[in-house]
Structure formats: structure tokens, C-alpha cells
Design a protein around this ligand. Structure first.
Ligand SMILES: Nc1ncnc2c1ncn2[C@@H]1O[C@H](COP(=O)(O)OP(=O)(O)OP(=O)(O)O)[C@@H](O)[C@H]1O
Ligand SMILES: [Mg+2]
Length: 372
């Protein structure tokens, strides 16, 4: 898919602009604090309707302004649509081809974007919830109905937890029939979640290993393993959904007593983990800064390729300050990898000499002004 044009007004520190990006590489160069990350955030918002750094609406509007507007023309399989987002203190409005939409269908994913930024180093450094979110967002990009399963599972989980917590506070046994009903829901939606996550990872992990080996010049071996909670990994890998559902239901039933003591549900797909390794050791504990960066970059490249394989078009790739903390050799290998890949790419940098890709259109970003 292609972002044919992008315009914005009163978005963050950016002066009103309109630009027509090149179909391949677009490079935004500027010193610190000039608006490069803000620009990528605007593009990301067009696809995800939320900020990659989870910024709140008022933060996105230029200081002193009433509302921010972002407009993008997005071409996907020869269909071009205009998406406009208006952000004010009250919230945001999405206007698609001139018509305001009140409720976006979960399947509405006209613009897919994969973003890599400094915050994404959290993927290898922080706890499992960050990785779960990564996995679910990427899975959702391939199967939009994944979102519905996630929501339904989340609702059932909330209900079971409420029941457990109330029972714990009252020192009374919860109603077994009600508990069983919530567990059946959890098992049903949980099995669907697990199956989709598993399918996503089956195509993702080999691509990740390849990308990581390429960026690190074959010096390091990366590995990612799905550690499902409440089930064994082989149970997920080989099983049909009905079996997974049965096993999940059995797990919830078995853990009633201990969950009751806790007041919440300890195990289940909501507690899945992705274990990350470099040369067999947990990345979180032993990776250097540059290795963290290479690891996360390889995950993002693999995500891009995996989504492309599944939906037949490349998502837009947004790379924020990608070269810092990579040594010259690794950076050169990354550039080679990007050059060999496909799709439309937006790269920000403080120094364009780092970015050695063919045919990049270059913009300067200075005090919020973008010039071509
Ligand atoms: N709502 C807003 N209104 C006006 N300015 C804002 C707003 N939000 C952020 N800024 C300003 O935008 C600037 C930061 O922009 P941005 O994060 O895009 O910089 P950058 O070019 O990516 O810098 P770096 O190279 O350091 O990452 C800061 O000066 C910040 O104060
Ligand atoms: Mg930045």
C-alpha cells in the first residue's frame, strides 16, 4: 500500500504541510527536537487511529490550537481512499472519503503500518505484556477479527476476576455454575486467540531468525518461542481448536481454588509470553544496547514480511532514528536488508549519511517545518 499524499495542520509542533511521498524510501533529516518523530506519529495515526506512543488527544494538538487535522490519501490495490483525522480535546473524528464515520468496523484496516522507534526497545527489555501487545497487534493486522476475540476474552476474564474477587472479599465460595459459564467463554475465545497467535508465529519466527542473522552478519542467533500460559507449547502447536478449548477449560477449572485465593485468574492466554533468546540466553538479561536494537529491528522486519505474505501488500514501514546505537557494519547490513525488501518506507535521521538506501526522497525537518 502507498501513502500518496500526507497533509497536516496544527499537529504537534509541525507547521501546516502537504507532501507527496515517493513510493519507496522517504528520508526525513533534522536535528533533535525538530519534529521528525511527530511526522511519523501522524502517519501512524492514519492507520491505527491511535498514537504509537499512546499519547492522549490534547497532547497531539499544537500548543494553543483548538484541533489538529491529518489527511492522507492511501492507495491499496488500485483503490485510493482519503482518510482524515480531526483531533481535539474532546476526542477524534475519522472522516473517510469525505464521510464521517462514527463506529469503525474492526475489520477497517485500510492503512497498515509497522513502526520502529526508540520506545520499541521496550519489546525486549520490559515484561510480557509489551510482547503480547506486539503479537496481538501483528496478528490483528493479518486477521482483523482477532480483535473481536481479544475483546470477548477480555470481557469474560473481567467477569471471572470480579466473581473471584467478590468471593474472596466475602470469604464465601463463588457460584460454581456462573464461574463455569465464564470459563467456557474464556476457553472458547482463548482457543481462538491461541490458534491465531500460533499461526502468526509459525510464519513470523523463521523470518525473524533470518533477519536477525542478516543484521548481525551471522554472528548471533536469535530465537523467539511462544510460551502459552496454562497450556504447554506442544499442546498449542499440534492441536485443533476444539482440543485447545477443552484443555483451557480444564486449566481454568483446575485452578479455581488457587485463583480464588489470589482473587484473580493467574493463567490463560492473557498471560502468554514470548521468550526471546540471543545465542540461547534470555535477551532481556544479557543483550547489549546494540543487540536489543538489532533484535527489535529484526522483529519489525519479520512483522512487515509476515503481514505482506498474508495480505499480499506491504504495510508502510516507519523507522524512527533507526541507525543510532548500531555500529557501522550493522547499520550497513540493515540498509542492505531494507534495500532488498519492499514497500514504502519512511525513515527519520539526524544525519542522512547513515541512511544508504537507493533512491530516497529527502526532506528536511526544522523547527516543525518540512521542506523538500
Ligand atoms: N502538542 C504540541 N505542540 C507543539 N509542540 C509540540 C507538541 N508536542 C510536542 N511538541 C514539540 O515537538 C518537539 C519534538 O518533536 P519530535 O519528537 O518530533 O522531535 P524529533 O525531531 O524526533 O527529535 P529527536 O531527534 O530528538 O528524536 C519538541 O520540541 C516538543 O516540545
Ligand atoms: Mg525523534
Amino acid at each position: 500500500m502507498l501513502l500518496r499524499s500526507l497533509a497536516a495542520e496544527d499537529f504537534r509542533n509541525l507547521e501546516a504541510f502537504r507532501l507527496e511521498p515517493a513510493p519507496r524510501f522517504n528520508l526525513f533529516e533534522g536535528r533533535n527536537g525538530q519534529g521528525k518523530t511527530n511526522l511519523l506519529e501522524a502517519i501512524y495515526l492514519l492507520g491505527a487511529f491511535r498514537s504509537p506512543r499512546d499519547a492522549k488527544h490534547p497532547e497531539l494538538v499544537r500548543f494553543g490550537a483548538e484541533r489538529a487535522t491529518i489527511i492522507g490519501e492511501i492507495e491499496r490495490r488500485e483503490v485510493t481512499r482519503t482518510i482524515e483525522i480531526r483531533i481535539s480535546r474532546e476526542g477524534k473524528k475519522v472522516i473517510l472519503d469525505g464521510k464521517p464515520i462514527t463506529r469503525l468496523p474492526a475489520s477497517f484496516l485500510h492503512l497498515n503500518a509497522v513502526i520502529f522507534g526508540p520506545d520499541d526497545l521496550e519489546l525486549t527489555k520490559l515484561g510480557p505484556d509489551v510482547r503480547r501487545r506486539f503479537l496481538d497487534r501483528a496478528t490483528y493486522a493479518v486477521w482483523p477479527d482477532h480483535l473481536a476475540s481479544l475483546r470477548a476474552y477480555g470481557e469474560a476474564l473481567k467477569s471471572r476476576n470480579r466473581l473471584l474477587r467478590d468471593a474472596k472479599l466475602r470469604h464465601a465460595a463463588p457460584d460454581d455454575d456462573v464461574l463455569a459459564a465464564f470459563e467456557a467463554e474464556l476457553a472458547r475465545h482463548g482457543a481462538r486467540l491461541l490458534q491465531r497467535r500460533h499461526l502468526f508465529l509459525a510464519g513470523f519466527v523463521p523470518r525473524f531468525c533470518e533477519a536477525f542473522a542478516r543484521i548481525t552478519d551471522g554472528e548471533l542467533t536469535g530465537a523467539i518461542a511462544h510460551a502459552p500460559s496454562g497450556l504447554s507449547a506442544p499442546a498449542v502447536a499440534g492441536a485443533d481448536p476444539a482440543t485447545i478449548e477443552r484443555e483451557l477449560a480444564a486449566t481454568f477449572a483446575r485452578q479455581r481454588a488457587s485463583d480464588l485465593r489470589l482473587g484473580w485468574t493467574r493463567s490463560g492466554p492473557h498471560a502468554d509470553e514470548l521468550d526471546l533468546f540471543i545465542d540461547g540466553r534470555p535477551a532481556r538479561l544479557f543483550a547489549s544496547q546494540g543487540q536489543h536494537r538489532a533484535f527489535v529491528l529484526a522483529m519489525k522486519i519479520a512483522e512487515l514480511d509476515r503481514i505482506q505474505e498474508a495480505i499480499g501488500v506491504y504495510p508502510i514501514f516507519l523507522l524512527d532514528d533507526v541507525s543510532s546505537e548500531l555500529d557501522e557494519r550493522r547499520n550497513a547490513l540493515l540498509m542492505e536488508t531494507l534495500d532488498r525488501g519492499g514497500g514504502q518506507v519512511f525513515i527519520t535521521t539526524t544525519d542522512r549519511r547513515w541512511i544508504k538506501v537507493s533512491d530516497a526522497r529527502v526532506w528536511r525537518v526544522e523547527a516543525g517545518r518540512i521542506t523538500g
